[in-house]
Design a protein around this ligand. Structure first.
Ligand SMILES: [Mg+2]
Ligand SMILES: [Zn+2]
Length: 249
């Protein structure tokens, strides 16, 4: 009986039609700082609490060909603020791109898998997503641990094969491939988006990521904010899927 009633429920015209198989296999990986969030929240926090000196630390690490897995532990050593103070500044100064929630809705309607990939910090990603009731979006990032009046950074998603990024986002592209995704769309703006960019199928880029893509002959769709992504996404995806169908036939 129970089975029968479940089956009836599934045939009810009000239940959404099952998505095409291919829709579920579209993965959208989205950077947070300067992308899903209108400004770079981590840079804002560093400027607020450390002044501008942290930029010298970052630049000298980058000049050695190293990246965030090296400079982040240096920046969050002897951190001068409590978790509460940090949250107060996040609430006061940080916001999502105003069009991002609409993009999340779009992905949900279409049945695309969306996740945040960030080389920033869990504290503000969770805070800002929760403000918009979007805290069910999966994400990977570095973590700040406040303990005994001190702070330390953990990078549980750093990868041995990269060794440079705190969170090497290429790992999530590889996870998408492992899950037999039909298309991996990447959206980002900065240095930490370089590792995944070359391995994704469609790239929406701005800022230094767009410059990197141009320098390295990686095709990218330029965008300013998520109203652009919303406008450009359907055609970019349709033309990529069409090219895939031609390859497969
Ligand atoms: Mg960014
Ligand atoms: Zn990396």
């Amino acid at each position: 009986m129970i089975r029968f009633s479940n089956w009836t429920l599934r045939l009810d015209s009000k239940t959404p039609k099952p998505r095409r198989k291919s829709d579920k296999m579209i993965w959208v990986l989205c950077d947070f700082d300067g992308t899903a969030a209108a400004l770079d929240v981590q840079n804002m926090l560093l400027d607020h609490f450390l002044g501008s000196s942290w930029r010298d630390v970052v630049n000298s690490v980058l000049a050695q060909g190293l990246k965030s897995s090296t400079y982040m532990p240096l920046l969050y050593k002897d951190w001068p603020a409590s978790k509460e103070e940090m949250i107060r500044v996040i609430d006061e100064k940080a916001a999502l791109d105003p069009h991002f929630p609409r993009f999340v809705e779009y992905c949900r309607e279409k049945g695309y898998h969306l996740e945040i990939v960030s080389d920033g910090l869990d504290i503000y990603i969770e805070r800002l997503l929760a403000k918009h009731n979007l805290d069910d979006i999966p994400y990977t990032s570095n973590r700040l641990v406040f303990e005994d009046g001190k702070v330390r950074i953990q990078s549980p998603f750093c990868s041995e094969s990269c060794g440079l990024c705190g969170n090497c986002k290429k790992q999530r592209v590889l996870a998408a491939r492992k899950a037999n995704s039909r298309c991996v769309v990447y959206i980002g703006d900065g240095i930490s988006d370089e590792c995944p960019a070359g391995f994704s199928d469609i790239i929406f880029a701005k800022g230094s990521l767009l410059a990197y893509c141009r320098e390295n002959d990686i095709e990218a769709v330029p965008f300013g904010d998520f109203s652009d992504v919303l406008g450009l996404f359907p055609e970019a995806l349709a033309s990529w899927l069409k090219s895939l169908t031609i390859q497969e036939s």
